[in-house]
Design a binder for this molecule. Sequence first.
Ligand code: HEC
Ligand code: HEC
Length: 297
Amino acid sequence: MNALMVKGLIFAAILIGATFYVVNSMHIDLSDPINLITMIGAIAIAVLTVGVSIKYINQMKSDTASGELAEEKWDGIGEYKNELPSGWAFSFLGTIIWAFWYWTIGYPVNSFSQIGQWNEEVKAFNKKFENKYKNPDKATLTAMGESIFLVQCAPCHGNTGDGLSGKAHDFVDGRISKKQVLAVIKNGSNQLGYPMGAMPPMMATGKDAEEIATYVAGGLKGKQPAAFGVCAGCHGADGKGMNGMAANIADYDDTLITHVIKNGKHGAIGTMPAFHDRMTPVQIKALSTYIQTLRGE
Ligand code: HEC
Ligand code: HEC
């Protein structure tokens, strides 16, 4: 076995090892026949690539050129008069003919397309939906919100909106938990897209932070702790977010829920994906209305 062969085998082993590493770290189940076939395919590709490369590298070392030389020389470099390989030439011609067929008869640019038709139908349906729900009443919104919630939100927030024992935000139990408030005080927040922009991490620590968090999680009832003064600067003395400038921390409002649905949220509990272009304004309003009915207070 020559040195090139050894290098090739090492390279193939690295490729296969890396593939196993990725497959393993993605927890792909190799007892599934499709996954297994794909894996065998990947190993075959690695081995073939290395084998073919070795063959040509060896050939390059020993190959000598032959044939009739053309007259011209470029900077002393000559060229053999070789016929175009016929397989290559016919495939080349074939692609040109196929391209003409594709543009004119096969799939002309301006002809019927399923994607175009689908887009048009969705547009028409959305328009009809918008007209139908131009001024929905609260009962309609709540019913619509419930049906969207059960499909889109319940997998994480639970059928009743209870957050599945801490896996997502609990809507039944009140507004926001002490743990969540403490995390926001410590880390700040800059994800929801309020006009005020980011909330920087706050200096409040220890007892001050505890008092503020208890107060906010309790719905801003009872005596306001003195330390809440720093929060009031942005959220207002009533915590209502100064007309949508910052987040309303006193109550769930449409603005907060809309921002969360559009931008997603990453906080003390975990990560919620954004639903930005997957919902119409009426659907967001419906979800917000429904969520506000979930509170068990
Ligand atoms: C400089 C202005 C500013 C100050 C001061 C400030 N906040 Fe905020 N707060 C914001 C903004 C803006 C947001 C929305 C941030 C975003 O887009 O993620 C926010 C978000 C929050 C949220 C998240 C609301 C939710 O339901 O997810 C909580 C909780 C909060 N603030 C609590 C506090 C507390 C408690 C204090 C005082 C210790 C405080 N904030 C001080 C501007 C401020
Ligand atoms: C993949 C799981 C997941 C899905 C799906 C999901 N959420 Fe969330 N949601 C979360 C998590 C986790 C949080 C808590 C984020 C944090 O740590 O503050 C959250 C937080 C929220 C909050 C913010 C509460 C607050 O006071 O800050 C709202 C509002 C919300 N979700 C609404 C929805 C709605 C409406 C839907 C359906 C369209 C939905 N969520 C779908 C996981 C999810």
